[in-house]
Design a binder for this molecule. Structure first.
Ligand code: ADP
Length: 249
């Protein structure tokens, strides 16, 4: 079979923090349409790599390419316009707004509507319809009027993913989407990630191995800032270097 085209790619990425190398020569292709999990022990450099891929950190060396074009030289909002958006581990939801208002605000952000700082009325109707569509997609269709502050932890994560979807990303980066959740919430997130991954490329940082094994088409394992293994879950988990990295935790 012909390999899928590369959607997002790290090439020889390096990130130093005052002499400490947090990302060490990472070369990593993410193929179009795949769900790719980045795993590794605490401190391995997962968050740093995520920040480099989404433009929130500038690399010390190397490149990030999105659909073949360099993005590491662009500010985050321009990267969003090129088709990559991310969720945050720390909630980006406005607690005093309703669920639907949160999505509407995100839909009206300048990155969602390039070059427009106000919204004509006809456009608001379209945005309202789009907001409802997104809420249905993330499983919050029955809760549009609830205050975001009143949502459960799991529902907040659903809303955050909905907010990332307002940018209609071709590539979606999810930072620990199941963190702090019980088994019911985790099952919901797994279904949700599968749903939003349709027609998209998804990269996620995830600690929970059963989530990784259920969701990921491929995984990459980081240790001390380097990718020590990359491939299908069943192959990678048997790699002696991976077993050793985890035994040391
Ligand atoms: P992970 O997400 O895998 O737990 P991180 O990417 O958060 O790992 O961190 C990797 C390493 O880089 C850690 O040793 C951490 O202390 C260090 N690090 C991360 N960010 C900074 C920073 N802003 N300044 C200095 N060191 C940092």
């Amino acid at each position: 079979p012909v390999a899928a085209p590369v959607a997002l790619e790290a090439r020889n990425l390096v990130k130093d923090f005052r002499g400490f190398r947090a990302t060490n020569d990472v070369t990593l292709p993410i193929y179009e349409g795949e769900i790719h999990a980045i795993i590794g022990p605490n401190g391995a450099g997962k968050t740093t790599l995520f920040n480099l891929l989404s433009g929130f950190l500038k690399p010390t060396g190397g490149e990030v390419r999105l659909f073949g074009e360099r993005i590491d030289t662009l500010p985050p909002h321009r990267i969003v316009r090129r088709g990559l958006s991310r969720s945050f581990q720390i909630s980006s939801v406005f607690p005093t707004l309703t669920v639907r208002e949160n999505v509407l605000v995100a839909l009206q952000s300048p990155t969602a509507l390039p070059g427009q700082f106000w919204t004509p009325l006809s456009r608001l109707e379209t945005l309202g319809a789009r907001a409802d569509e997104i809420l249905a997609d993330v499983g919050l269709g029955t809760a549009p009027g609830r205050l975001a502050a009143d949502l459960s932890h799991g529902e907040k994560r659903q809303l955050e993913i909905g907010i990332s979807l307002t940018q209609d990303p071709r590539v979606l980066l999810l930072d620990e989407p199941t963190s702090g959740m019980g088994s019911e919430g985790i099952a919901r997130v797994i279904a949700l990630v599968r749903q939003v991954a349709r027609g998209r490329t998804v990269v996620l940082v995830e600690h929970n191995m059963s989530v990784v094994s259920e969701l990921a088409d491929r995984i990459s394992v980081l240790q001390y800032g380097s990718v020590i293994a990359s491939g299908r879950y069943d192959d990678v988990r048997q790699d002696p270097r991976v077993i050793e990295a985890y035994l040391g935790e």
